[in-house]
Design a protein around this ligand. Structure first.
Ligand SMILES: CCCCCCCCCCC/C=C/C(=O)SCCNC(=O)CCNC(=O)[C@H](O)C(C)(C)COP(=O)(O)OP(=O)(O)OC[C@H]1O[C@@H](n2cnc3c(N)ncnc32)[C@H](O)[C@@H]1OP(=O)(O)O
Length: 317
């Protein structure tokens, strides 16, 4: 398959937020068919102008939401093809979802997973960092901080059903959950930022330390280590590995277990474990954002990101 050059890639990224109406219709049909399977299944939509054709407004569905209010939980599925990369629009919409969840009296917990096969999330959209502009970069980083604060700091139960690759920001999302189940297979999870020539922010690092401990994090971060499911299990980066066909079932079993714990006691315990880590970022949000802008604007970082983007575009053998 012919791969686009960098210029067309950047154009693509602008247009990637739009799918054509045909695909939208297919997705709407999918959601309808799930409703007829007696599931309370709703979709979350972003509607915006498709700049490639001013007459054709397009719809993109970034998330599927299945709510089981009678059971007290929901399943939130990422659906941003091709790899659920985290850009400003996706994060903004995720933050709205997280706000709704936090405010819901009926929902005690959420299973986070991906609707796309073989990929949980490819992490931050590298195009948000490449040729970064101050205003967009600030909005992007602020939205990412917000996602992490809402997710890591939530009192609700979050279970990650990791159905594929989960590097960098994808790993951060998974680590921010309370329990992680990963599908067996040729997938990788970890904080690989150093391989892109960038440093993992302190709150990525702290989340990893809280998950797998200091020494393992020290090695993992410097090496940019991407773990196989078996390796991830061995260091407690994930709590369980299962066959793909039982992933959601296992996540639901865990959810039932976690939901059965007295809520207030569980919430107070969770918050006592995570409060200091979250407060640290809240106290430093502005300087953290400035560091991100300053760091990513450096020529050396831009060179690394350019090389990484080009390598991703090379035809695969
Ligand atoms: C003083 C200092 C203070 C602090 C400084 C802070 C500095 C910033 C710190 C930022 C922290 C960064 C966190 C991140 O998350 S960076 C992103 C890291 N992600 C990756 O490295 C993943 C890269 N992708 C892959 O490895 C593979 O795509 C993957 C294994 C996920 C899937 O493989 P698969 O073969 O299924 O798919 P393709 O590789 O063919 O990809 C399909 C298309 O998607 C594009 N793609 C993939 N990943 C990304 C991405 N992260 N962002 C944007 N685009 C991505 C890929 O190029 C393909 O595009 P085309 O179809 O157009 O070719």
């Amino acid at each position: 398959m012919a791969r686009p050059n960098l210029k067309s890639l950047l154009r693509l990224s602008q247009f990637a937020v739009n799918l054509n109406l045909n695909k939208t219709t297919q997705l709407t049909n999918l959601s309808k068919s799930l409703i007829t399977q007696n599931r309370n299944f709703s979709t979350s939509k972003i509607i915006r102008q498709d700049t490639s054709n001013n007459n054709a407004p397009a719809t993109k569905i970034n998330f599927y939401v299945e709510e089981y209010k009678d059971k007290g939980y929901m399943v939130l599925k990422f659906n941003k093809a091709p790899v659920n990369s985290l850009n400003l629009e996706f994060l903004t919409e995720l933050n709205i979802q997280l706000d709704k969840i936090e405010q819901s009296k009926d929902i005690k917990g959420v299973i986070l997973t991906s609707h796309l096969p073989n990929i949980f999330s490819a992490g931050l959209d590298i195009l948000e960092m490449y040729q970064i502009k101050q205003e967009r970069g600030t909005q992007f980083w602020t939205a990412l901080q917000e996602t992490w604060i809402k997710l890591y700091g939530s009192n609700k139960i979050f279970i990650a059903a990791i159905n594929g690759h989960s590097p960098a920001g994808g790993c951060l999302l998974a680590m921010s959950c309370d329990y992680r189940i990963m599908t067996k297979g040729p997938y990788k999870i970890g904080l690989n930022e150093t391989l892109l020539g960038i440093k993992a922010p302190f709150w990525f690092r702290d989340t990893m330390i809280n998950t797998i401990g200091y020494r393992e994090t020290e090695k993992a971060l410097q090496l940019g280590k991407l773990y196989s499911p078996e390796e991830a299990l061995a260091v407690n980066l994930v709590d369980e590995i299962v066959d793909a066909n039982v992933l959601i079932q296992k996540a639901e079993e865990q959810m039932v277990k976690w939901c059965s714990i007295p809520t207030v006691a569980r919430e107070l315990t969770k918050s006592s474990m995570r409060r200091d880590t979250v407060s640290k970022l809240i106290a430093q949000r502005e300087s953290d954002t400035q560091s991100f802008i300053e760091f990513t604007q450096r020529d050396s970082i831009q060179k690394s990101l350019k090389g990484y983007l080009e390598a991703m575009k090379k035809p695969k053998k």
